[in-house]
Design a protein around this ligand. Structure first.
Ligand SMILES: NC(=O)c1ccc[n+]([C@@H]2O[C@H](COP(=O)([O-])OP(=O)(O)OC[C@H]3O[C@@H](n4cnc5c(N)ncnc54)[C@H](OP(=O)(O)O)[C@@H]3O)[C@@H](O)[C@H]2O)c1
Length: 292
């Protein structure tokens, strides 16, 4: 297949582009705003037309929750108008579309069990509202689409700034205390594992909405402590905190997935997040000697 990946300079997009190439697909990488600004409708459609894609993976987005809460118009432009433009390019080329959405479409308060793909969305912050609006735009305009909700991504490719794993490692190495929320529980996901699942998805025609993440659930505090333990750094520097006391945007508290569609259609689940974190840290040389 000819595959276009938007946001290919980002944490997830980079791994997605690599994973499709590893499976023998021809990939055109849209590396970010300096390459193609997805807010420019004509430029976006022209760039997609030039690549003649069978599939577009739209992994570009604006994901700083607190910044987006303060500047919602900018967030809506990037996450919703940008998606609208990508949809137009897909319609012109009859290309399939994979859109990366998020567990923040849920409020994390109304369910004691996990969220499945058929649960009603109810975001608690501006970022979540942009993801719901993008999903609805796709559903109303382009049927050859997959909407993939995922959560708390960790990986080591793409921009280093705003990278969860490196933020924790950098702070611990400098001996700084960091606060990590204990009250936000989700299903953390390794970008490389998710990327391989997206290849399986993109090769299929089972359009619809999916919840895809690594198995198991954890708080940001638990994941941060696991990073410290696997790297041999001092987990004592990590201070458990309530998210609402430190953040601008409200956080959804428990957005664990109970994925129904993915295991039914593809017959496998992604490995446990802790095993995935170990593999991720080994791949980027951050795993402590003796922990292999
Ligand atoms: N990270 C997470 O924990 C997480 C969890 C759930 C869902 N998601 C979703 O997954 C997707 C990918 O997230 P990520 O963590 O990989 O994000 P990221 O590392 O911040 O990368 C975002 C990408 O989008 C590009 N981009 C932003 N605005 C653009 C524009 N106007 N035109 C063209 N490109 C633009 C960026 O390029 P430049 O900055 O170079 O312009 C970058 O390549 C997003 O939709 C996000 O909402 C992320």
């Amino acid at each position: 297949m000819n595959v276009v990946v938007t946001g290919a300079s980002g944490l997830l997009g980079w791994d997605v582009a690599d994973a499709f190439e590893e499976r023998g697909h021809k990939v055109t990488r849209f590396m970010g705003r300096k390459d193609i600004d997805l807010l420019d409708t004509k430029a976006t459609c022209q760039a997609i037309r030039s690549a003649c894609p069978d599939l577009v993976v739209h992994a570009a987005g604006y994901r700083d929750l607190d910044d987006l809460e303060l500047h919602p118009r900018d967030g809506f432009k990037t996450n919703v108008l940008g998606t609208w433009n990508v949809i137009q390019g897909c319609r012109e080329t009859s290309s399939k579309l994979i859109y990366i959405s998020s567990d923040t479409v849920f409020d994390g308060a109304r369910k004691t069990g996990g969220y499945n793909e058929f649960d009603t969305t109810c975001p608690v912050n501006a970022y979540g509202r942009t993801k719901v609006a993008a999903e609805k735009t796709i559903e109303s305009l382009w049927g050859r689409s997959f909407i993939v909700r995922t959560a708390l991504l960790f990986g080591y490719k793409g921009h280093r700034g705003n990278n969860f794993l490196f933020n924790v490692l950098d702070q611990l190495r400098t001996g700084n205390r960091i606060s990590a929320s204990i009250d936000q529980i989700c299903c953390p996901s390794y970008t490389a594992d998710l990327a391989h699942a997206l290849v399986d998805l993109g090769e299929s025609d089972w359009f619809g909405t999916y919840h895809i993440s690594n198995s198991g659930s954890a708080s940001r505090y638990e994941v941060s402590c696991a990073v410290a333990e696997l790297s041999g750094l001092d987990a004592g520097l990590i201070v458990p905190a309530e998210s609402d006391s430190t953040k601008v945007a409200r956080r959804a508290k428990r957005t664990v997935f109970d994925s129904l569609v993915w295991p039914a259609t593809f017959g496998y689940e992604l490995p446990n997040w802790h095993d995935a974190l170990r593999r991720c840290m080994e791949s980027c040389g951050e795993l402590e000697e003796g922990k292999r």
